[in-house]
Design a protein around this ligand. Sequence first.
Ligand code: NAD
Ligand code: DAU
Length: 350
Amino acid sequence: MPERSFQHILLTGGCGFIGTNFVRFVMEHRPGVRLTNLDALTYSGNGESLRDLEEDDRYRFVHGDIRDRALMDGLVRECDAVVHMAAESHVDRSIQDASPFISTNVGGTQTLLDAVRQAKTEGHDARMCYVSTDEVYGQLPLDRPDLLFREDTPIAPSSPYAASKAAGDLLCGAYHHTFGLDLVTTRCSNNFGAYQFPEKVIPLFVTNLIEGEQVPLYGDGRNVRDWLHVLDHCEAVLTVLERGTSGVAYNIGGNNERSNLELTHEILRCMGAGEEKIRNVPDRLGHDLRYAIDASKIKRELGWSPTRSAWPEALDSTVAWYRDNDSWWRRVKSGEYREYYQKMYGEPAS
Ligand code: NAD
Ligand code: DAU
């Protein structure tokens, strides 16, 4: 597939963790590209993270919702590429209440697809990249390290979050097949890096330790995740957008598996904290045991592999970012998040 270049990317969810990093990555590495960031600024969207770009002519922020069809119709017509990241993204919240997940991740994705479809019928063909997740594959057993998720692994999501992302993923496939939309999909493992909302395990544990609090480890800590630096993910998404084959999904992974207990020990080491900081708390309901990615297809076909994800350096620099950006996460860890934290862990977020 020859490389495509785009003039104007519409990004949804650009004020979230990966979105913020993606905006910065595109601004730095694609100097000829303009980017419109459409975000509803839910609890996890933070306009402050990109405030410094407001004066840049190549960047525009639009405050709006992907479920607003008229708004999406207008924005899609202005762009030649759509990168769809907007979502409710936290598994624990989907266990508390699945409704916003179905509404945004399924209904919102359908609305966006209909806008892209409508534009196509009017002769305006925009390529769309759906940022899916490795969680659509469900879980792998702990005692079979030889097993990895491949792109042809059956879709079998476990949590309401994963099921809503899988529905979006399948809808994208259906719109490509039925209406001929130019559509590529990425399925990535766990990201870490700057600007991640501190409900997710790495920033939660790091900021708790900065505040002198304990870290809540679910269950026996044996569950395994594969960790990828967010900028590696951003580069991979851009690679798939520019070079991926239409209608095809690509796995993205860091080849960097850790159990949660190993991860916790690494974080304690970075922070100079001891074992007494671990607080064992009840397990997540339906907690997936292991995620592990076979990312050989994207390497073989598109030439991408991670270069920023190796530990301990990548974890150390991430921890340093949270140490250096105290005011960013302290603002985020207030408001609605306090109530959520109390409900989850039975004590107030300090
Ligand atoms: P995030 O929760 O940090 O950000 C989500 C963003 O979407 C927020 O800015 C929020 O305001 C916005 N949003 C939510 N609902 C919206 C709506 N209805 N309309 C417009 N904007 C809305 O999430 P993230 O971790 O940055 O994840 C981004 C995407 O990447 C998600 O689609 C997620 O499923 C996927 N993903 C995440 C990871 C990970 O490790 N974080 C891994 C693989 C895939
Ligand atoms: O695999 C990709 C997915 O990674 C993305 O699709 C999701 O959007 C993203 O949130 C992430 O999901 P996880 O559930 O794996 O991430 P989380 O940070 O919530 O949890 C990581 C692991 O840490 C998981 O096994 C649960 C555990 N955990 C999490 C929290 C918040 C704890 O032990 N204690 C905690 O307090």
